[in-house]
Design a protein around this ligand. Structure first.
Ligand SMILES: Nc1nc2c(ncn2[C@@H]2O[C@H](COP(=O)(O)OP(=O)(O)OP(=O)(O)O)[C@@H](O)[C@H]2O)c(=O)[nH]1
Ligand SMILES: [Mg+2]
Length: 396
């Protein structure tokens, strides 16, 4: 039986591969690859080289062309490289075919993300959710998984698995998926009861792309100690704290970050963790404005919120890391009034796009935090008034 294994071993030297198709510019692909490098580093694999190829569409058998595969193989030989990571999802037979040429382990972006999630999962709920997504991912790729094993175990001439072996595995994995679904449903029932106990409080959820500073803002606003670090997916579990601003209490939740090309199964199985987002009254959409692709990231987050049916909520956009943004955007010699003009232009643009529901802060340097608190409080108070119009006091 196939065992679920970590996709990346510690300090495994790797190369990455991206395809430049008709729909994407070369620059976009390089940016996707930047992110893939960050993901790989988060999983503990330094990237030695990146390969790209221009093709109208992926090759059905080997994803990239034969020539490119040979180029990758020649590069990996003698350099102690044990892993190749593709930026797009590969099918089971593609994995098997590519491994046959390269003779080292082949994984894709989804595999890598699942791997990071598996390492980060702490609670029973997160663990079951990740395991479920992993098995769902493996199921259609059993052939590829077998080729991993074959390469590791068998020497020259060892036979591949027969169809019956793959079929047996398929059945075992399907049973496992059924079992995990059941366990998840039980856990969900418990957390639903917990959420119901929260009564009349307005619920506010921090959402956003991964690594934008959600947990840092959570810590700052609630003085809690939520794990925050410069790695992707530092947070997997939803944390909720009661926060009181000026005697107005509300519940604030920190949630798992989103990323582009998030494996579909992962979104599916994390639905229950993301219930906190779906059931919240107000969203705080945190954006890392210092990131060169922050606008794309906003798009990805909006699309994912849509998928979760959580898009039509009162939302405040929090543009975080203004300190880094200013550092990256402004040359030292630039006159102050020009800097101000650029800042004003950027802010006016976003104020228009968010109908005035935005704040620009640095959570790290604690800049503009009073305005952030006031903006959140105004929204929370408005909702209390709407919901409980006859109460003179909104506090417990
Ligand atoms: N320069 C700067 N760095 C910041 C700021 N806010 C957060 N960071 C850093 O950004 C990194 C990510 O912060 P987190 O709070 O873990 O981000 P997150 O959105 O919770 O990330 P995930 O849980 O991984 O999705 C950390 O290294 C923070 O110290 C800021 O205002 N300026
Ligand atoms: Mg976090």
């Amino acid at each position: 039986m196939i065992e679920k294994k970590q996709a990346v071993q510690q300090e495994e030297r790797a190369v990455i591969v991206g395809l430049i198709t008709k729909e994407q510019t070369e620059r976009q692909v390089q940016e996707y690859l930047d992110e893939l490098v960050f993901l790989a580093e988060t999983a503990g694999a330094p990237i030695i080289k990146r390969f790209t190829q221009k093709m109208a569409r992926p090759d059905r058998a080997t994803f990239v062309g034969k020539g490119k595969l040979e180029e990758i193989r020649d590069f990996t030989i003698g350099r102690n490289i044990t892993l190749v990571i593709f930026d797009d999802e590969l099918s089971g037979s593609q994995i098997a075919n590519i491994e046959k040429v390269l003779n080292i382990k082949v994984i894709d972006r989804s595999d890598l993300i699942l791997d990071i999630f598996a390492r980060r999962a702490r609670t029973a709920q997160a663990k079951v959710q990740v395991e479920l997504a992993q098995y769902q991912y493996i199921l259609p790729r059993l052939k590829g998984m077998w080729s991993h094993l074959e390469r590791q175990g068998g020497g020259i001439g060892s036979r591949g698995p027969g169809e019956t072996e793959i079929e047996t595995d398929r059945r075992i994995i399907k049973d496992k998926i059924g079992l995990l679904r059941k366990r998840l449903a039980e856990i969900d029932k418990q957390s639903l009861t917990q959420r119901k106990d929260r009564g009349e409080y307005i619920r506010v959820a921090l959402v956003g792309y991964t690594n934008v500073g959600k947990s840092t803002i959570m810590n700052m606003l609630s003085k809690s100690e939520v794990f925050a670090e410069n790695k992707l997916f530092a947070t997997l579990d939803t944390t909720t704290r009661k926060v009181v601003f000026d005697q107005t209490p509300f519940l604030l939740s920190d949630t798992v970050g989103f990323i582009r090309k998030l494996p579909h199964h992962l979104v599916e199985s994390f639905k229950s963790t993301l219930d906190e987002v779906r059931e919240s009254d107000i969203l705080l959409h945190v954006v890392d404005i210092s990131h060169p692709q922050y606008e794309d990231q906003v798009e990805v987050v909006n699309r994912t919120l849509n998928e979760l049916k959580a898009f039509d909520k009162p939302t405040i956009m929090i543009f975080n890391k203004m300190d880094l943004y200013e550092q990256n955007t402004f040359d030292k010699w630039l006159a102050d009034d020009i800097k101000q003009d650029i800042l004003t232009q950027m802010k006016t643009n976003w104020e228009g796009r968010s109908q005035g529901n935005c704040v620009f802060i640095s959570a790290l340097e604690k800049k503009n935090i009073d305005e952030l608190r006031k903006t959140i409080m105004d929204k929370v108070m408005n909702l209390y008034r709407e919901r409980y119009p006859y109460k003179s006091e909104y506090f417990y």
